[in-house]
Design a protein around this ligand. Structure first.
Ligand code: ZN
Length: 129
């Protein structure tokens, strides 16, 4: 009887240890994943707005408001660009480690503007980099 409970306790402890190590390892990737999920739900929201706009126009027999449609499309495009850059970041982190990520987010020494890799001049202040 006593040894049964002792064994149970030991099993529980070793399971907890394994989970602890694993979750620490997953913190970074998990954070990106959460960020991505938040962006994806925003995209979904915008697409719903867009659909609603078009449907309302259909119901009223009018053309949808082009400015609003364009604005929503631009927002969706922007969000999807963010998602794909997150995807890239996630791939780089799992495949090649942190060095590539560092290179991708280089900033201008003059004004701090983010630089795209391979850029010769800063898009913010024009300083040669
Ligand atoms: Zn600059």
């Amino acid at each position: 009887m006593g040894s049964f409970f002792k064994k149970l306790q030991e099993t529980a402890k070793s399971t907890a240890d394994t989970l602890g190590a694993k979750s620490a390892e997953l913190v970074s990737a998990g954070k990106l994943k959460v960020e991505k999920m938040q962006l994806e739900s925003k995209v979904k929201e915008k697409k719903t707005d867009l659909g609603g706009l078009v449907y309302l126009a259909y119901l009223s027999g009018q053309e949808p408001d082009t400015d609003k449609v364009t604005a929503l499309c631009e927002e969706i495009k922007e969000l999807e660009a963010q998602i794909s850059s997150l995807d890239k970041k996630m791939n780089e982190e799992t495949a090649e480690g942190k060095d590539t990520v560092q290179e991708a987010v280089a900033a201008c020494k003059q004004c701090g503007q983010a630089l795209t890799s391979g850029a010769k001049f800063c898009p913010g202040c024009g300083t040669q980099v």
